[in-house]
Design a binder for this molecule. Structure first.
Ligand code: ZN
Length: 294
């Protein structure tokens, strides 16, 4: 089953719901970045939330999300757009931590692996300036942090659920999530009903692993009151190109450029997002250097 998201209204259009499956794109991210299980879960949740959030924007706009934190994973960055495309990078992918005791014993300890820090969201809305807003991480388990971010920075009361289930061979078995957003006209009755629905909802990974589709999960969340507005494919997509990296090379200072041409006699650039390699020969570098002097 391909990854996709549903966007819907429910409860008399007083609640907006995003539901997604992201098992394939998180597995792709794991393979590219060689993440260990707890890093896979943290990065996967972050990618999933970002992918759904990207769908809240208009064509041509995009968002960049950063988690800067003090845990062993350190920083993560994800770019997302309304086409459902995400790509990202993770500072330290080699993190594997489990809860030692308590009710979550044996589960992946994302909260500690991410640690205290901040979530930053930068919006490129095709205007002259970018807009950045931020919120302090609450539990560093990602879903709660997005819930807090939406309430604080966007003034939208929300509920976010995210989950990544990692297999014994470290591959991604199930991944997905939902975002519920309450519209201003929502009734108190609906709010308390939703609280019960969410409380009784099995973990999102259990639902997806059991083969539940986003349609079925949406039905559980909306109690059958929904109306689907859109269905969007989600993917890990990097649009990097040799041309794009030529522009980055053209922006280097002269000393660095000379080193590449006369000492290294070429350059190899690896994309941070997809790890694709681009090779530039000495003469290609000379062309870039001559072009920019004109
Ligand atoms: Zn790339």
């Amino acid at each position: 089953m391909k990854d996709y998201a549903l966007i819907a209204y429910a409860y008399d259009k007083t609640v907006r719901i995003y539901v997604s499956t992201t098992t394939n794109l998180v597995e792709e991210a794991r393979q590219i970045h060689q993440t260990w299980p707890t890093a896979t879960a943290a990065f996967g949740r972050f990618l999933t939330a970002s992918a759904m959030m990207g769908l809240m924007y208009k064509k041509g706009e995009r968002i960049t999300l950063k988690i800067k934190s003090e845990g062993p994973i350190s920083n993560m960055l994800v770019e997302a757009n309304p086409e459902g495309e995400v790509r990202g990078e993770i500072n330290n992918p080699e993190v594997y931590m489990k809860y030692e005791d308590g009710p979550k014993k044996g589960k992946l300890n994302v909260g500690t692996a991410v640690g205290p820090g901040f979530l930053y969201v930068t919006k490129d809305l095709n205007m002259k300036e970018y807009f950045t807003s931020s919120a302090q991480l609450q539990t560093s388990e990602i879903a709660d942090d997005f819930t807090y971010y939406f309430a604080l920075s966007e003034q939208v009361p929300s509920s976010v659920g995210l989950g990544v289930l990692v297999n014994v061979d470290q591959s991604v078995l199930a991944s997905g999530g939902y975002i519920l957003q309450l519209m201003p006209q929502v009734s108190e009755e609906t709010v308390s009903h939703l609280e019960r629905v969410i409380q009784n909802l099995p973990p999102i990974t259990t639902l997806i692993h059991d083969g539940k589709t986003p349609e079925e999960i949406l039905n559980l969340l909306s109690d059958g009151t929904h109306q689907i507005l859109d269905k969007k494919p989600l993917s890990y997509t990097c649009h990097c190109s040799k041309e794009g990296f030529s522009k980055s090379l053209a922006a280097l200072d002269q000393e660095t450029m000379n080193d590449l041409i006369y000492e290294d006699e070429g350059a190899e650039i690896i994309c941070h997002f997809c790890h694709k390699k681009y090779h530039f020969t000495k003469s290609e570098l000379e062309d870039i250097n001559n072009q920019r002097k004109k």
